[in-house]
Structures are given as C-alpha cells and as structure tokens.
Ligand binder design. Structure first.
Ligand code: SAM
Length: 207
C-alpha cells in the first residue's frame, strides 16, 4: 500500500504501541498502515458516512486490531484510547468534534491533527483543551499541509505561533511556505482591500 507523504507524516507521529482513534477514517488507509507498521497496537476507526464506512469495514475485515465505528467524531471512542488522529478535515469541523464531546478526552494523551483550513482556530482550541504542541511540520504535496502533534500540557502558543504555526520558522520548507502564503494573501488583498488582510501580510513578512 502506497501512502502519501502527508499520511506517512501523520502515521509517524503516533507513538509506538499507541491505542489510536482515527477520526474520519474514510476507507481505512491510515488505520491499516498504523497497525501494519506497528505505529499502533489497536485502531478504533471512526467514519460518520455510510458509503465510506461500508468500504472501511470491507478493507479492514482481515485486521482484528481495527474496530470500525459508524459514529460521529469522538462521541463513541472507548476509554482505552490514548491517541487521537484527526486528519483531512477543515479546522472548524475538527474544533467542533473536539469541543462537542470534550469529556471523551479524559484519557487522551496525544493528538495528531492535519487541518486543511482555519489552522489558527484549531491551534487555539487544542491549547484551550489542555494540550501543548510537541511539533508542527510542513508537508508539501500539490499544496502545503501543516501536520501537528500535541500532548497533554499547559504551554500556550504565542500569538504568532497561533497564527502561523508552532516553531514554523525552523521548518526546512518555511521560506517556500511563506512565499506561497504571501502570494495567496496578496492575491486575496487585490480583490478585497481589507486592513485585516494587509496586517496579516505584514505580520507574515516580519516572521
Ligand atoms: C477527506 S476525508 C480524510 C480521510 C483521511 N483521514 C485522510 O486524512 O486522508 C474526511 C473523512 O472524514 C469523515 N468525517 C467528516 N466528519 C466526520 C465526523 N464528524 N465524524 C466522523 N467522520 C467524519 C468524512 O466522511 C470523510 O470520510
């Protein structure tokens, strides 16, 4: 099975032997890779749509370490789960999934996130829920992805880190990411001359 660099990075952030809930498991590619490569001892694969769920069940039927659940977000995860992976969704949805059932986080020690929009909101939500950043890395495929890894802790991100990423300047792809992001923001600014956008562009340039 060939996984994208994005999914490989996400998988590498699970601690060996973790008991993982893969939220939004889709067809189960990541869940299968996690158990096949011993990144996870067991995976609770959650999908909330019937179509992808039936393919998930079919694809994982030969993996006794994977339990499939047709359910919403983290609402049904068992108490033994210690690691959450939530990847390939927008930041508003990810934040909503975490906050809506926050009592389910009581045994969660590690969280791996790959949000495709509204990253600042996700970072803030995770900090507010009692998780601190361990790392955030850029992955470049046809676009950039920011893959985040967190553990329990109270260290808060600075406002710059909340906006642009945890220790993002240290990432080997930072300069290219900054240029791409600036380009996108400048294009938006040319259509919509908002002062908010201008200020963001200046903050990004000054990083
Ligand atoms: C774009 S796919 C990402 C699949 C995989 N996690 C990845 O990163 O490649 C997002 C999946 O999340 C599922 N999903 C969306 N909201 C969900 C929710 N509240 N609970 C469980 N799954 C959800 C969607 O049905 C879809 O299969």
């Amino acid at each position: 099975m060939k996984l994208s660099q994005r999914l490989l990075t996400i998988a590498s952030f699970a601690k060996e032997g973790a008991l993982v809930a893969d939220i939004g498991a889709d067809h189960g590619l990541l869940s299968i890779y996690l158990v096949e490569n011993k990144h996870a001892k067991k995976v609770f694969a959650v999908e909330n749509k019937v179509g992808p769920f039936s393919i998930l069940e079919k694809n994982t039927k030969d993996y006794p370490e994977i339990t499939c659940s047709l359910s919403d977000g983290i609402s049904q995860i068992p108490d033994e789960i210690d690691t959450l992976v939530i990847a390939g969704m927008g930041g508003i949805l990810i934040s909503d999934i975490l906050v809506k059932n926050k009592e389910k986080l009581k045994n969660i020690e590690n969280i791996v996130i790959d949000a495709h929009r509204d990253l600042e909101l996700v970072r803030k939500t995770l900090n507010d829920l009692g998780y601190e950043f361990e790392k955030e890395v850029l992955v470049k495929e046809h676009v950039f992805y920011n893959v985040m890894s967190l553990h329990l802790g109270s260290k808060k991100l600075s406002s710059k880190e909340l906006e642009f990423g945890y220790q993002i300047k240290k990432d080997p792809l930072f300069k290219e990411y900054q240029t791409t992001l600036l380009d996108r923001l400048e294009k938006n600014y040319s259509k919509n001359n908002s002062s908010e956008l201008r200020n963001k562009i200046e903050r990004l340039k000054q990083l």
